[in-house]
Design a protein around this ligand. Structure first.
Ligand SMILES: Nc1ncnc2c1ncn2[C@@H]1O[C@H](COP(=O)(O)OP(=O)(O)OP(=O)(O)O)[C@@H](O)[C@H]1O
Length: 667
């Protein structure tokens, strides 16, 4: 190995080169490449720090107590970085490198090097507590990296001080999740080949380790959020995780690693850097990826390898995504087995303990040859549950036939259910009719509102269930059927049995197992349901409207009486009436925003008319009108309160016929 010995001749040459280069660069803009970076640093050393390349720069150490302060401040990073620094040292120690981790001020807070060379390390400053800031040490890998915020090699005579020109040092910055410099990772050696290119691999190695430390810190810091990992390669996304984005449950992005911030910038979505005065722009993952937040959240359940492909919205680049989920709250960690056929059941709930129990039972029952009774208040999702049971069972490719026993006229139920032969009764179809029970053969028959089925039909249904065959009206021979029945009711069937309105034997036939659904007001996963329903509505309407954070907060704060259908309707209303591509709090029905204030005993209409003095005004108009009155018709103040722009407020006033008092014509 050819080495560069330290001689006075070399030092003199070095000093001359520095002075000549600095004089040369005076007239022109320094280049962006590494030579430019070094030349710029030399200029700073002379012009800004008043350093002299000929003056010896003995290593400077901070006192022990100060070092401990620096280490305490960097403690969170040091904990995370330890494994990475040690791994790097194992890789480079055989080539006689030492490893330094400095804080953002250039003080070495961690050091790994051969014990046998300790004296030399201490003399040169390659040791714990030394100060490698550019203002003290001159151009060097750590100090210049801090200044330029980029990885670089400071090789031999790149160093400013003539006393460092035997060293080769390579450093890379470690940034925090907001782009703030946290630390610098450095490897240094006393002896190396004279060509700078010899350090190319060293540079790659240090950069890779710095990125690993940075990402480990990111994952630890945002461990309580959802972390979306993206990569251009499907095969590598599980191990490489190039881009990391931390997001809230509603898709709001809160942080990104260095590569992630670059990706966002590339797609026109810059995140503010720490300390930047620019107001925080709450980008959503939907702004980056062409998909719904619910699709991103469902990645761990959806596909077999738990990787999902997305196009980016702006440049249509394909990215593969995985998701690291935050740990579930205690008691909510009862997940279904990882099985893609269970996805329809899994999609019904997130971390509501009672729903998770119900789903676990449903998953066990889905292929059992027994009938299931689903119980719950009106609109709690009983039909959804029946459908999900069917879709996750082996019967999923056969029909799912739903019948609402309360909605069908009594005179029709019999022929609809059992079918009839041609001309078997007055009004019968000439070709006869295949009943719904036969149509459901091989699949699932869903009997909604079973408590409302007339007694006489209960008897016939009982026979079908007992014998697995159906006799159409007017037919002489029964038809064999293979059925799984899921029945639903919001009534107490035992009470109906007591009252003689429901057959006890049918109850036992239907109730092979029962599943109870909690009312919405008791569910801990309202946020999930809101996102889910909103995404479905968007899909049905072919729109891409977003639900802004303030609207989400209002929906979460509203004490929903018990009905998912009500939530569905509120979101439908907001989507139908909002302007542009965002639902904001002002788009929600009045009762969702101020419902808490309504008198508990009052009906919806009463509560509103008491508050407004006008029960005739539509809810939406009322909200805007009241806000205008409250703010003495100051449109800017109303816009601020409702989270809308001033032109939107004016547009809505016009559309709703609201005229400010000073523009009303006197009659
Ligand atoms: N898990 C869910 N995710 C999204 N939407 C849901 C969910 N559960 C229910 N819904 C929606 O709530 C509404 C009511 O659901 P569903 O009809 O299944 O309830 P139900 O208990 O059968 O009602 P009813 O008692 O009136 O028959 C529907 O619009 C449905 O799409």
């Amino acid at each position: 190995m050819s080495t560069t010995p330290l001689t006075t001749h070399h030092q003199r040459q070095h000093i001359d080169t520095i002075l000549r280069t600095v004089a040369d660069t005076e007239a022109r803009t320094p280049a962006q490449n590494e030579a430019g970076i070094i030349a710029r640093s030399w200029r700073r050393c002379i012009d800004r720090y008043g350093l002299d390349p000929a003056r010896p720069t003995p290593a400077r150490y901070v006192p022990g107590a100060t070092l401990r302060e620096h280490q305490d401040q960097a403690d969170a990073l040091l904990q995370v970085a330890r494994a990475g620094v040690e791994q790097l040292y194992r890789q480079v120690a055989p080539l006689s490198y030492v490893v330094l981790l400095t804080d953002a001020r250039g003080i070495a807070v961690q050091f790994l090097g051969a014990k046998s060379d300790q004296r030399e390390h201490q003399r040169t400053g390659l040791y714990l507590g030394s100060d490698w800031s550019e203002s003290h040490a001159g151009t060097c890998a750590v100090g210049t990296c801090i200044h330029e915020r980029t990885a670089l090699t400071c090789h031999h005579s790149d160093h400013f001080s003539a006393h460092h020109i035997q060293l080769t040092c390579t450093a890379a910055p470690v940034f925090d999740p907001h782009g703030q410099l946290l630390a610098v990772l450095d490897i240094s050696a006393y002896r190396s080949p004279s060509a700078k290119e010899s350090q190319t691999f060293a540079l790659q190695l240090v950069k890779t380790t710095a990125r690993m430390i940075e990402d480990a810190y990111f994952l630890q810091r945002y461990g309580d959020r959802h972390i979306v990992c993206l990569d251009r390669s499907r095969e590598f996304v599980q191990i490489n995780r190039r881009y990391l984005l931390a997001m809230e449950e509603d898709g709001t992005l809160v942080a990104a690693n260095t590569a992630g911030r670059k990706l966002l910038r590339h797609h026109g979505l810059p995140l503010p850097e720490a300390g930047e005065a620019r107001p925080f722009q709450a980008w959503n993952i939907r702004d980056l990826l062409d998909g719904e937040v619910s699709e991103v959240l469902a990645i761990p359940q959806h596909s077999d390898d738990r990787v999902q492909a997305f196009h980016t919205r702006r440049h249509r680049e394909i990215h593969f995504a995985t998701l690291i989920e935050p740990p579930r709250r205690p008691g909510a960690n009862r997940s279904l087995p990882r099985d893609s056929s269970l996805a329809p059941l899994e999609a019904l709930a997130e971390d509501d303990p009672s729903m998770r129990d119900t789903l676990t039972r449903a998953a066990r029952l889905r292929n059992e040859p027994i009938n299931i009774l689903v119980m719950g208040e009106t609109g709690t999702g009983k039909e959804r549950m029946a459908r999900a049971l069917h879709d996750s069972s082996r019967r999923r490719d056969k029909p799912f036939v739903a019948i609402n026993c309360a909605a069908m006229p009594e005179s029709l139920i019999e022929s609809e259910l059992f079918g009839h032969e041609p001309g078997s009764f007055t009004g019968a179809r000439s070709k006869g009719m295949k009943g719904l029970i036969v149509q459901a053969d091989g699949g699932t028959l869903f009997l909604d509102e079973i408590g409302d089925m007339p007694l006489q039909l209960q008897t016939r249904l009982l026979r079908v269930l007992a014998e697995q065959e159906v006799l159409p009206i007017g037919a002489s021979r029964p038809i064999k059927v293979d059925l799984r029945v899921v029945a639903a009711t919001h009534r107490d069937l035992r009470e109906l049995i007591q009252a003689g309105r429901f057959r006890e034997d049918l109850f036992y036939r239907l109730n092979g197992a029962s599943l109870r659904l909690p009312p919405l007001r008791e569910r801990a996963d309202k946020g999930y349901l809101i996102r889910q329903i909103f995404a479905e509505l968007n899909e049905q309407r072919g729109s891409r409207v977003r639900l802004r954070g303030d609207a989400m907060s209002a929906l979460l704060a509203y004490p929903w009486p018990g009905n998912i259908r009500e939530l569905h309707n509120a979101l439908h209303y907001a989507l139908a009436t909002c302007d542009g591509d965002e639902v904001v709090v002002g788009d929600l029905p009045e009762e969702c925003v101020h419902g808490q204030l309504a008198h508990p005993g009052a009906s919806q209409g009463q509560a509103l008319s008491t508050a407004t003095g006008s029960s005739a005004r539509p809810l939406h108009q009322d909200l805007l009108y009241r806000a205008l009155c409250r703010h003495q018709w100051n449109v800017s103040a109303v816009a601020r309160e409702l989270g809308l722009s001033r032109p939107t407020i004016y547009r809505r006033m016009k559309r709703l016929g609201i005229v400010p008092p000073n523009q009303q014509m006197a009659d």
